[in-house]
Design a protein around this ligand. Structure first.
Ligand SMILES: [Zn+2]
Length: 178
């Protein structure tokens, strides 16, 4: 068995190319590869994955890696709500917030969104003093879920970037993804 890498992808994650004894090649994320070495066996790509305990995917120290069942991993870790940029209705400052929070307020017909409590406070005070008219209520924004990018042995992501030295391996790789 031979191992090439680790190679760094554009998103910073590291992968290795493992050439098995039968000359089949597979791409494995570096942390998964480390876990496989530790366990002395391959991971089951349908059931197991590796999690970075401190959420820093560059910290591939063995003490920072743990094996988790895929179900748990996908519910806790891969489904995240993308924050959306909003403009504060009071001060025009741009800020990011989960669209879910804004949608909840939009449902209640609340004005905004506001970047901060002080801005929301100034608005309601001015409204109370009848110095301004009520602002339009917040507009609901759809949540956009994104999957945390994860390289595993079962697929090669679209944005996979290849080191020059290993370009000629790519043809092989795509044929031999396990
Ligand atoms: Zn503001």
């Amino acid at each position: 068995m031979k191992v090439h890498g680790p190679y760094k992808r554009r998103d910073g994650r590291q992968i290795v190319i493992v050439v098995e004894r039968n000359n089949k090649r597979r791409t494995v994320s570096y942390p998964k590869w480390l876990m496989e070495c530790q366990l002395g066996r391959k991971l089951d790509p349908d059931k197991e994955t590796v999690d970075h305990i401190d959420s820093n995917f560059n910290n591939n120290d063995l003490s920072n890696l743990r094996l988790v069942p895929r179900e748990e991993h996908s519910s806790n870790d891969t489904r995240r709500v993308k924050h959306v940029e909003f403009e504060c209705a009071w001060c025009d400052k741009k800020f990011e917030r989960s669209p879910r929070l804004v949608r909840d307020k939009a449902k209640k017909n609340k004005a905004g969104p506001f970047c901060s409590r002080p801005c929301a406070g100034k608005y309601s005070r001015m409204l109370q003093l009848k110095m301004i008219d009520k602002f339009d209520s917040q507009k609901a924004v759809d949540s956009e879920y994104y999957k945390k990018k994860y390289v595993n042995a079962s697929y090669l992501p679209d944005d996979f970037e290849v080191d020059i030295e290993f370009t000629d391996l790519l043809a092989y790789v795509s044929d031999y993804i396990v």
